[in-house]
Design a protein around this ligand. Sequence first.
Ligand code: MIC
Ligand code: SF4
Length: 644
Amino acid sequence: MGYTIAEKLISSHLVSGEMIKGTEIGLKIDQTLTQDATGTMAYLQFEAMGIERVKTELSVAYIDHNTLQNGFENADDHRFIQTVAKKRGIRFSRPGNGICHQVHLERFGKPGKTLLGSDSHTPTGGGIGMLAMGAGGLDVAVAMGGGTYYITMPEIVKVNLTGKLNSWVAAKDIILKVLEILSVKGGVGKIIEYGGEGVATLSVPERATITNMGAELGATTSVFPSDDVTKSFLKAQGREEDWIELKADDDAVYDAVIDINLSELVPLAAMPHMPDNVKSVDEIGNIKIDQVCIGSCTNSSMLDMLKVAYILKGKKVAPNVSLSIAPGSKQVLTMLAQNCALADMIDAGARILESACGPCIGMGQSPNSKGISLRTFNRNFEGRSGTADAGIYLVSPEVAAVSAVTGVLTNPAKALPDMPEFKLPEHFLINDNMVEIPADADKAGEVEVIYGPNIKSVPLGKPLTDSIATQVMLKVGDNITTDHIMPAGAKILPYRSNVPHLSQFCFKQCDEDFAENCKKMGGGIIVGGQNYGQGSSREHAALVPLYLGIKAVVAKSFARLHKANLINSGIIPLTFKNVENYDRIDKFDKVTLKNVKDAIENDKDIILVNETKGEEYELAGGFSERQKNMLIYGGLLNYTGANK
Ligand code: MIC
Ligand code: SF4
């Protein structure tokens, strides 16, 4: 039996386990990336491990999230990351160089390699045939130290693309279609592999838009073949030697196949407040809009920007609209400046932002009250924009730019003649002067790591006790995101290295008093619905509840990344064996996890006694030996410390 692309990538990096679906496998990691909002914590953890130099083929530290420096905190964190990078053998991509995923694709990603990033959109690298996965900062720190990365062997789903996109229909519409089909939890435990004759019609940036937003499916990752299109892209980036061919064997077997005929797609939009709440632009109609934001790691490539500039040329942004554009990298921005496309954008009234995440993570450009904002981004979770009652629609750059001019949500296919075909440049402008090379190993001792006053220590879990008698501190519904658990945005992000300060914002959107109650009552457990913890890789969504005394989360199901982060920090993720028991348990119920240590150690059923209701519920853990150890020792750091 032949292999899928995913299986080829996994088998060539397999260091433990077997490729049996649902079992734990360990992978060798070739490259890592971090960004600054998760990076400070990741490097604090790396420093705590006492490893002199990274052991990967390549590790890059990007600064792209916390670039709004409205206080000393972010700049201090940048300095900390810069000095650690220099000392430990990590390349440092300076602020202004661009968004991690965009820059990594342009300058560092290699087909056939594994990439682990402390950001959930790391699967962008799947656009050039990498096995690229998001993880918590601690997992990335371990990988930098040469440690194995563990996942559950996923199912492999093929998305079979046929036909060709019509004018004004974009890669964004393909991934929105997949989201409509699979939903935000449809990718959990799966790798989404793209194939079929339609693949050859898509450029690398288009493929990367699709793999990037595979994160919103909850998928382990997404991957495209590495073919002639990939080769031309790498050649244009001056990196032809990095290319290898990668394709599925003819007799590869998939767990499921989804067929999408590109010729039948129309412009789509994800409506507030979930990326899978998809309708066609025509169905939604010409709603009046207040804001348009173009950029983010999903849609900020040269190709996207050239199309946007073409649409804006000679036009004016509608009076009711604020349009912001953030080209994804210094390479894109410089090339736009050189070929005058930037002038077309500015002339039309666009507000040009630096090459960074910006509005995507609520770092500025929050919409007006009840504002309707069209964004080319990947997440439209409630409140993420910084305006609690704003309505965010996720659309392609084409729909965004045309609508910015008309002032209403517009289907360009109806409003304008066909768009000319845009080709990627044969040669990108190559200038890596904003990537700092680390000190040589023999000079590393001279580099001093600089810690700012906002950098506080990492909270540590406690070894597991025999039973846990406590209470329910919070009960939430389905699809709770990490933005609910640990919000981001301009006011909060600067404190990513200060867990005590962050803790006051934990779950604020769901329960104003959660943090206060935890402090008063000493913490407890959280009860959640389906897909608990979807979204970001931020381990703060585990570390902050840990700091507040949360010992376990009992949910109907979990998102992959968050579950791993909970275990890494020593919080026990448990699922209801009978999901109807979710309805029987309430906030502030007194509960006991009876003999939980013995149950976890010996794979017994875990019993939650609801003392308030006089009932018992069976829970499932399903932990691997490695995960059991982490829970028993109180997290990965304690476990590695104890076993040094
Ligand atoms: C996001 O898009 O939510 C982020 C900010 O990039 C996060 C990482 C973080 O919280 O720092 C992600 O997607 O992992
Ligand atoms: Fe940055 Fe937004 Fe991409 Fe996250 S999703 S990495 S915040 S651009």
